[in-house]
Design a protein around this ligand. Structure first.
Ligand code: ZN
Length: 432
């Protein structure tokens, strides 16, 4: 297959650089990058006008629900959702049933990934056995099987001594401990941000303190152990200020944010009249928090943008607000949300924004990052900046149709995804 893309904007997130060039791909290898390329016997030419090409897009926080909750998602539907969302790699969280807390489960994810052969899936192992927070899991064994990080995501490791040990132990393998920061004693039965809106709506709130106090504790543990700490889905300005402080003092901490925390606030719960698709953990916070997240993104205090893809069956969402499950099906809307709100509305540069969904996550997880360079295997996504589309969850490849962005008009959709040299997604279709 000889594919020539003329005059596209090539993005080099690793150098925060962009340039307009032709790019020629032959049998999955980038053969040439240049101006006015002359190639014979081309199979296909794509006009790159208004399109950008991004290498190795990675979503490092997804929930694929297999094993145990396959009616919500499985590794196949999750893979299809990932490539439709423009991702060449994803990491999957271990809060399955049973949880990914031993070697054989890590091996299972790799085996299925190979069989499905669509997207690179990198499993995250649990920090504690059974995600119970009581005893460290066999991290070394899981690392050898290919676990790229450890997390009890969905739950916080409440025991400080266990988290200290995990940070200490993980240093041997140089992998991150990914923390879901939430003091559960402060959030019990909560379903929305703690404050005026919660009171008005008659819902029990989850205070920012629950997140920020654990962020602070974990940062000090990272300082003590010099382990690698990655803070999942930050949502409030107090957490941001703690992370800013930690980075200033050279503590090994990185963090991520989701598009829904960047774009929505607690007011949206009211506006949508308690739509359970606005119920996420951590909860949507205030305007002030939201502004601090954008600022931190621009200042590189926030390293990564993730979907926190959490597909649920509609039975889990069609409930009273406080009884519904937490989470959003996010893989297929992350890119257009980031382009629409980060690039078009906030005017952040494309390389800067896209670095947070390509280069940075791959460096944190120590997984392959393949830049746009002559001789490299093509592992890239074409995004059409001019393509506008209304979000329709019924078109999602994910089994989870739970999105608060239903009906939103977004601009900048992925139109073609090449994983390890193979075109796997094109104009709304999965290619096997
Ligand atoms: Zn979480």
């Amino acid at each position: 297959m000889k594919l020539l893309i003329r005059n596209a904007l090539l993005i080099y997130p690793e150098r925060e650089f962009q340039e307009k060039r032709d790019i020629y791909i032959e049998n999955g290898i980038i053969k040439e990058i240049g101006d006015n390329l002359h190639i014979n016997n081309i199979d296909e030419v794509i006009d790159g006008e208004g399109k950008i090409i991004v290498p190795s897009m990675t979503d490092m926080h997804t929930h694929l629900r297999e094993p145990g909750f396959e009616w919500k998602e499985d590794l196949l539907s999750g893979s299809m959702s990932a490539v439709a969302g423009g991702f060449t790699s994803i990491a999957c969280m271990p809060n399955t049933s049973p949880p990914l807390d031993q070697r054989s489960f890590i091996e299972y994810i790799y085996k299925r990934t190979k069989e499905i052969n669509l997207v690179n899936i990198y499993p995250i192992g649990t920090i504690t056995k059974g995600r119970e927070g009581k005893e460290l899991s066999e991290m070394g064994d899981m690392y050898l099987a290919g676990a790229k990080g450890f997390s009890d995501d969905g739950s916080c490791v409440m025991n400080s001594e266990i988290l200290r040990c995990a940070l200490e132990y993980s240093k041997i393998f140089n992998v991150p401990i990914i923390e879901h920061c939430e003091d559960i004693n402060l959030t019990l039965e909560g379903s929305i941000n703690w404050g005026k809106t919660a009171t008005l709506l008659g819902l029990k709130g989850m205070p920012w303190t629950a997140e920020a106090s654990i962020v602070a504790r974990d940062i000090f543990l990272a300082q003590l152990t010099q382990g690698k700490l990655h803070i999942a889905h930050v949502s409030c300005w107090q957490s941001i200020e703690m992370i800013r402080w930690a980075k200033k003092y050279g503590i090994k901490v990185s963090c991520e944010v989701t598009p829904h925390h960047l774009i929505l606030t607690e007011d949206y719960v009211k506006e949508t009249n308690y739509d359970a698709n606005t119920k996420v953990n951590p909860p949507l916070r205030t305007k002030e928090d939201q502004e601090s997240l954008w600022k931190a993104l621009e200042e590189d205090i926030i390293d990564v943008i993730v979907s926190d893809h959490a597909p649920h069956h509609q039975d889990d969402k069609l409930k009273e607000y406080d009884l519904a499950e937490f989470g959003i099906s996010g893989l297929e809307t992350l890119v257009p949300l980031v382009i629409t709100y980060g690039y078009f509305h906030r005017k952040l540069s494309l390389p800067k924004l896209l670095k947070k969904i390509s280069y940075n996550p791959s460096k944190i997880l120590n997984i392959p990052y393949i830049p746009l360079e002559k001789g490299n295997i093509a592992n890239l996504t074409i995004i059409d900046l001019k393509k506008e589309k209304i979000v329709n969850p019924l078109e999602f490849f994910s089994k989870g149709k739970n999105t608060p962005f239903k009906g939103w008009n977004l601009k900048g959709w992925p139109i073609l995804t090449i994983v390890n040299g193979k075109i796997v997604f094109r104009e709304g279709k999965i290619l096997k």
